[in-house]
Design a protein. Structure first.
Length: 492
């Protein structure tokens, strides 16, 4: 009988099959079945690993061995071959994963073929956790409130690494403030969270650091507290002042607005209004600045001496309205226009005007020699009060401290051109037929010797002067006034 021997390979199964054929025996059906069945992968564990590879992966399936011998030629993760392939049994293989990215199929190749792609053989590459990305639910929280701090495990390139159970420790830089817990565990997404309550003081800044037992850490960007809603309003500056009637107080009144924790609140509207005294205020609609302060533009007191009040209101705030008080002083000199109050001057304000210095003789009496005096030109006072120079048609009623019969009304020519006056040099007592100009009437407010201006006569004395030589003259005598407290500019 002729027997044919077929070369079926050097594998153990090939030798067994060849021997069977030589012996004229039929090969077992199970042997043929094993040769034609492709490998099958039913599970991969773990299902994820580092992008750098090197981790051990267990592959579960079937048809990895026949007759106790491995038939596995290679194992691939996507297109990359695994290393250190150990076929433990017909249903179990252990390999070392290669480096890779994304999600791939783990496929086993034997002599019978390569395992089909199935959902059970999926393997996902994940970045190595190298740090924490620390964020806050708010970077400008209201002072005294809590924010949620989150720390995400991430790769060096800021890709999230979903690793659970990592203990994260929390620390902060900044005054006051507290964590709800000193440590937190990451969840399945690799995120740890903690509540942080800030200081009650606005403009307090913090940074929060997350660390673990490795060298990984992360630091948040700056978190700065802000003021809460406005709850009260209070006086800030400018109360209990005094000024000459009709004049402005030196310090513009202001209020301060704060929150429940006494932090200044900006951007709050405040309305100012004159309450009593008949004065005038500007900049009535104000808004609090970064320091929580709102300031009125200006406050001029009324024309009547006495108390003046100004209110500051902000609806809904405790302490509203705030009231400011000021006292209007009569002043040394009052300027009116057709009997209506225009402005009052204190002695200090008169002294601040351009001064006139010279000598005054009491009329032409040689027994009372000239005395040094200081004053201010009446035309300058009127111009400063009215804002415009006198016109040729206007007159000025010069009212003395005494009763009205002693008042003097002087025309433009008398006040400005000194028409109708005989001029005398106060030092030589000689008449000046052609006085140098410009000439002006003068109110004297300083006389050290008190010869010309005794205290009992009032603070101001009216004279007529030669403005260039600075020598005072007073004639005719019927226009001389011993003291003055009012100038009333009269239109024709």
């Amino acid at each position: 009988m002729v027997r044919r021997v077929f070369a079926l390979g050097t594998g153990a199964f090939g030798l067994i099959l060849a021997a069977v054929l030589v012996m004229g025996l039929a090969a077992p059906a199970s042997a043929f079945a094993a040769v034609k069945h492709k490998p099958v992968v039913t599970r991969v564990s773990p299902t994820a690993g580092s992008t750098s590879g090197h981790n051990i992966v267990t592959i579960t399936g079937k048809h990895f061995k026949i007759g106790g011998k491995s038939t596995v030629k290679k194992v691939r993760f996507g297109t990359k071959a695994a290393t250190h392939v150990h076929v433990k049994s017909a249903t179990l293989i252990k390999v070392t994963a290669p480096a890779g990215t994304g999600t791939v199929n783990v496929r086993v190749t034997t002599k019978a073929g390569t395992s089909a792609k199935v959902s059970a053989d999926k393997y996902t590459y994940r970045a190595i956790a190298a740090k924490y990305l620390v964020t806050s639910s708010s970077y400008s929280p209201v002072a005294g409130t809590a924010v949620t701090i989150s720390a995400q495990l991430a790769s060096a390139s800021n890709k999230p690494v979903p690793t659970s159970g990592v203990k994260v420790a929390w620390t902060k830089a900044g005054t006051d403030g507290s964590f709800s817990s000193a440590t937190s565990l990451t969840n399945a997404s690799g995120i740890a969270t903690v509540a942080f309550t800030t200081s009650t003081i606005a403009a307090t800044s913090y940074t929060v650091t997350a660390t673990d037992d490795s060298s990984r850490k992360g630091v948040s960007t700056k978190i700065t507290t802000t003021a809460g809603p406005a709850t009260q309003i209070a006086l800030n500056a400018g109360n209990n002042q005094s000024a000459t009637v009709g004049g402005a107080v030196s310090i513009a009144p202001s209020v301060i607005v704060k929150d429940a924790n006494a932090n200044p609140v900006s951007g709050v509207g405040v309305t100012f209004a004159v309450a009593t005294g008949g004065g005038l205020a500007t900049g009535l609609a104000a808004t609090t600045n970064a320091a929580g302060v709102a300031t009125v533009g200006s406050w001029k007191l009324g024309a009547t001496a006495g108390n003046n009040t100004l209110s500051a209101t902000s609806a809904g705030l405790t302490g509203s309205p705030v009231t400011f008080t000021a006292t209007g002083n009569a002043g040394a000199l009052v300027v009116e226009h057709n009997g209506t109050f225009v402005k009052a001057y204190s002695l200090v304000e008169l002294e601040a005007l351009t001064p006139f210095a010279g000598y005054a003789g009491l009329f032409k009496n040689p027994a009372l020699g000239p005395d040094a005096v200081t004053g201010v030109k009446i035309t300058d006072i009127v111009k400063d009060a009215l804002g415009t120079p006198l016109t040729a048609a206007q007159s000025v009623d010069v009212a003395s401290v005494s009763a009205s019969p002693y008042d003097k009304t002087m025309t433009y020519d008398q006040l400005v051109n000194l028409a109708g006056f005989t001029m005398y040099d106060a030092t030589s007592r000689a008449a000046v037929p052609s006085p140098a100009g410009p000439l002006a009437t003068v109110l004297v407010y300083s006389d050290p010797a008190q010869i010309v201006m005794p205290t009992a006569s009032g603070p101001l004395r009216f004279f007529v002067a030669d403005g260039t030589s600075e020598n005072l003259v007073m004639a005719p005598t019927n226009l001389s006034v011993s003291s003055v407290n009012q100038l009333n500019v009269i239109n024709p």
